[in-house]
Design a binder for this molecule. Structure first.
Ligand SMILES: NC(=O)CC[C@H](N)C(=O)O
Length: 397
């Protein structure tokens, strides 16, 4: 078996035993062993430091247009199942791991991770020096690349390189339109608990939340249900009029892939109209970035982004540190937030903005993922904060 060794530009033939390749736009090639689906896919290479939750990560729609390098070496060791998924369709292009996928060891596993990945149509490569790749991303930023898996070891490197080089990159790319749902629908089902599986939807009168799906993770909707909401999910390009016709008590703006500024072209006017209608709004990740754009702030592309399950965030109200789950490559430029905006959370890794509130508009949002999945549940309280205010409003109204 070929050891994964970074090679210089122009190296064309695969070393003996190599069935996977990562072809970077700068011409370097990392050889490894392919698993999962075969073929080739293009995207931005990012790294995720979470030690658990690889299925949730591979099904998070925010990863559309991205190839995920897992820094944890043992990916696949707890197998896969049909429950731990965050979307109906996978969107991440593929994944890069250090060790080969092993036989699963977990009572919840129903199949091997590599078989599951193949069924999902996602490509994997193992045997890559993921530490070196992560250092490279930290030093030089996230590169564009092609991930390829050819069981016969034959790769057309020129073609793969041309594919990597012609991909325009995530900046300026609206991907929410590609991953959002086609139809409006009711969300039923709460969060998963051991011995019970996914919880049932609540009953009786509940505040109605209309959630705009820019590429939402399911655990967000499960948490809205757990916090007591009735949830209707609408496609990303639904008009403000159509949303208001549903008579929501509050609006939720979901996470999602791509450049927020590009998605903002159609999302911002809708969010502004909903804010002007006086509706409380809660946004997560892309939803946070879109809310910021809607109040006149700017977003920026980060050097390497934040992706993992242990990111410390300072909550300014009481100086408490929340350990959070993150997945973002763009950020809100806090300096551009307007008067009336209150910065509520800041990353303790790099000082980037992780949350703000517009008290006069009854809107707030966070850059991180309070729904976790995977990750710590320190920030579940945000769902209660949002939904309980809606209940109060209903009681008063
Ligand atoms: N998880 C998300 O919603 C990601 C938001 C945005 N696509 C980013 O990369 O910053």
């Amino acid at each position: 078996m070929a050891k994964a060794t970074p090679t210089g530009p122009g190296t064309g033939s695969a070393p003996q035993g190599a069935t996977g390749a990562l072809v970077l736009a700068d011409g370097s090639i990392l050889w490894g062993r392919g698993f999962g689906a075969t073929g080739a896919g293009v995207g931005e290479v990012c790294f995720n430091t979470a030690m658990t939750g690889y299925q949730e990560i591979m099904t998070d729609p925010s990863y559309a247009g991205q190839i995920i390098t897992f820094t944890f070496p043992h990916i696949g060791n707890v197998g896969a199942n049909a429950e731990d998924v965050e979307a109906d369709k996978p969107r991440a292009v593929g994944c890069i791991v250090r060790q080969d996928v092993t036989e699963p060891s977990n009572f919840r596993s129903t199949e091997r991770f590599d078989a599951w990945l193949a069924a999902q149509g996602q490509i994997g490569i193992s045997g890559i020096d993921t530490r070196a790749l992560t250092r490279r991303i930290r030093l030089a930023g996230a590169p564009n690349a092609v991930i390829a898996h050819a069981p016969d070891g034959r790769f057309d490197i020129d073609e793969l390189l041309a594919m990597a080089r012609s991909w325009p990159g995530l900046e300026g790319m609206d991907l929410a339109k590609d991953v959002t749902r086609d139809e409006q629908g009711d969300w039923t089902g709460g969060i998963w608990t051991l011995g019970h599986g996914y919880g049932a939807a609540g009953e009786g009168e509940r505040p109605h939340v209309v959630a705009i799906d820019y590429g939402a993770k399911h655990n967000i909707f499960r948490n809205l249900v757990r916090a007591g909401a009735r949830v209707t999910v609408v496609p990303a390009k639904t008009s403000a009029e159509a949303i208001l016709a549903l008579k929501p008590a509050g609006i939720f703006l979901s996470n999602g892939p791509g450049d927020p500024a590009a998605t903002g072209d159609y999302a911002v006017p809708v969010i502004r109209a909903l804010m002007d209608a006086g509706l409380p709004i809660f946004g997560i990740c892309l939803g946070h970035q879109l809310l910021a754009l809607a109040v006149g702030a700017k977003t920026i592309k980060m050097h390497q982004g934040h992706r993992g399950a242990n990111h410390p965030v300072k909550r300014h109200a009481d100086a408490v540190v929340e350990i959070t789950s993150m997945n973002h490559g763009f950020a809100v430029d806090a300096a551009t937030l307007p008067e009336g905006a209150v910065v509520t959370h800041t990353s303790l890794f790099d000082g980037s903005n992780c949350g703000f509130e517009m008290p006069a508009k009854r809107a707030f949002s966070v850059q991180y993922h309070p729904e976790a999945s995977p990750g710590p549940q320190d920030s579940f309280y945000l769902f209660e904060k949002f939904v309980s205010n809606l209940s109060n409003q209903n009681a008063e109204g």
